[in-house]
Design a protein around this ligand. Sequence first.
Ligand SMILES: [Zn+2]
Length: 61
Amino acid sequence: MATMARPLMTAEWICTHCGATNRKLVPEGVSRATDECYTCHAKHEIEAEARPVRWKSRPKG
Ligand SMILES: [Zn+2]
């Protein structure tokens, strides 16, 4: 059975800890993900909003 690769989209989110802009590639259609800030490594839950690309972020844990 062939596995269809889903197209990826960019989720952009702002770290609530250090203010850095992070980008994560997520499969199209996904509206929630977790990511880690690339500068301070704080884990965040990110959630798609009405505006594409820019996602809402909140600290995780
Ligand atoms: Zn950060």
